[in-house]
Design a binder for this molecule. Structure first.
Ligand SMILES: Cc1ncc(COP(=O)(O)O)c(C=O)c1O
Length: 447
């Protein structure tokens, strides 16, 4: 086929040569290394996406774990379009109607005293916003405390607060931080140590670090309730309550980065609700915008907020995203997506436990809700990570029309993720599990 033959796609007319020139020009910050270079997605709806050849996939990544209510929901598109016709850009000094309505609803959605909302467009900036609030409330404090394998973004500050990764060239620009052991029971529990005991040991490390481990008292402890980019890791329930108590006793703010766990992913609006813990600040992002960029914080009402000049971004209160965020919240309720998330999550997890009986590659299955991770191992006794096999699940999945998630960040690259939009139906979920079963069979037969 001639490289300069023109293709028409919607409003676009282009040749293969144009696309190649674009690929050469594009600076890429992230590629898993496993995507076929030519892969271009052109359409998405609900839990499905289509590539430029017309091939359909069930999307177990929700793209960046972010299409929680499903892709291209008509009600969200309608909200965006009607907002776009009225007002697309407004300086953050002024208010818009969707700004105030969404603030009211998000404040109502959050637990207890978390009643004050601030916005930006990206999770990384939202995490920075939360830390700034913490520092305003704990002036002259020391470094932040975070967890091993934590992920909080790729702005300079949030890279610093995240677990270092192999390609990090920016060390001399990153803020100070103290990272502590997380209760990763499957891999790092001491011989004979029970989950609750490991939770206590790690919580004790937090207390000691706050008291003894930093120059200046930490303003906050920043953690994801379930580590997403790490290894899709849920902690023992006790840990959540212990860290809450320690932060209260030590007068250190507790920030929960709910950018992945929020907007229903765990089967409740926020993971804080799921675990019955009220942090001091929730950070949100990803699914909250209904497929449009929207992130921010929900902070305890008695915390000091920002003063003029402390926090202002040109597009920080983007009316279109605020309108889609409001519509997405309504879709979540109207379509009972939390219920569906719990149901589909339980269904998939149950099926995975059945598969575990036949597939020695499955080492550990984690949740909750549609926040599923499967840690693959070459040997259940030694727990040798099956990272190559996890990548194979990803690429064979693409061949068979399922986009599985993987993680090569912080963790060891051996976790397959199933985190589809919360509107996924039973037939689609069944298909995902069957494809996973088949792929594991093929990989195991080869060994
Ligand atoms: C837990 C968590 N925090 C922060 C971020 C950063 O969000 P963004 O990529 O929107 O800056 C992410 C993104 O993956 C995330 O998963």
């Amino acid at each position: 086929m001639s490289k300069n033959k023109s293709t028409q796609l919607g409003k676009y007319s282009y040749s293969e040569e144009d696309l190649e020139a674009g690929r050469r020009a594009l600076i890429r910050g992230w590629s898993s290394g496993a995507e076929p270079v030519q892969m271009i997605f052109t359409r998405a709806k609900g839990a499905l996406v289509w590539d430029s050849t017309g091939k359909e996939y069930i999307d177990c990544t929700s793209q960046a774990w972010s299409n929680n209510i499903g892709a291209s929901d008509e009600r969200v598109l309608e909200a965006a379009w009607s907002q776009m016709q009225e007002l697309t850009h407004l300086r953050s000094n002024y208010d818009s109607v969707p700004l105030l309505l969404l603030s009211k609803e998000l404040a109502e959605s959050a637990p207890g005293k978390l009643n004050r909302v601030g916005y930006c467009l990206h999770g990384s900036m939202a995490v920075e916003m939360a830390v700034k609030i913490a520092v305003k409330n704990r002036p002259n404090s020391g470094p932040l405390v975070t967890l091993y394998d934590g992920y909080h973004g790729r702005s300079l500050a949030t890279m610093g607060w995240s677990w270092p990764h192999i390609n990090n060239d920016f060390n001399n620009l990153l803020p100070p931080v103290v990272r502590i052991q997380h209760p990763y029971v499957y891999r790092y529990a001491l011989p004979g140590e029970k989950p609750a005991e490991m939770a206590k040991r790690c919580a004790d490390i937090l207390r000691d670090t706050i008291r003894l481990g930093t120059n200046g008292k930490p303003p906050a402890f920043l953690m994801e309730p379930v580590q997403g980019n790490g290894t899709q890791l849920e902690f023992p329930r006790e840990y959540y309550h212990l860290v809450r108590d320690i932060c209260t006793e030590e007068n250190v703010l507790l920030i929960w980065d709910e950018i992945q766990t929020g907007m229903g992913r765990c089967g409740t609006m926020w993971a804080s609700e799921y675990y019955g813990v009220e942090p001091d600040i929730i950070v949100f992002g990803k699914g909250v915008g209904g497929g449009f960029p929207l992130a921010g914080i929900i902070a305890r009402e008695d915390l000091i907020g920002f003063e003029p000049g402390d926090d202002a971004l040109t597009f920080g209160q983007f009316p279109v995203s605020l309108a889609t965020g409001l519509a997405a919240l309504h879709v979540l309720k109207d379509d009972k997506l939390l219920e569906n998330c719990r149901e589909m999550g339980a269904f998939a997890t149950q099926r995975l436990y059945e598969l575990e009986k036949h597939h020695p590659l499955i080492g550990d299955i984690r949740g909750p809700g549609l926040n599923i991770g499967i840690e693959l191992v070459r040997d259940r006794k030694t727990k040798e990570p099956a990272a190559h096999e996890a990548l194979e699940v990803y690429s064979r999945g693409l061949d068979q029309g399922v986009i599985f998630g993987t993680t090569r960040y912080g963790g060891i690259g051996n976790v397959v993720k199933i985190k589809p939009p919360l509107c996924i139906n039973k037939d689609q979920m069944n298909c995902v599990i069957e494809v996973f079963d088949q792929i594991l069979k093929e990989i195991e037969e080869k060994r």
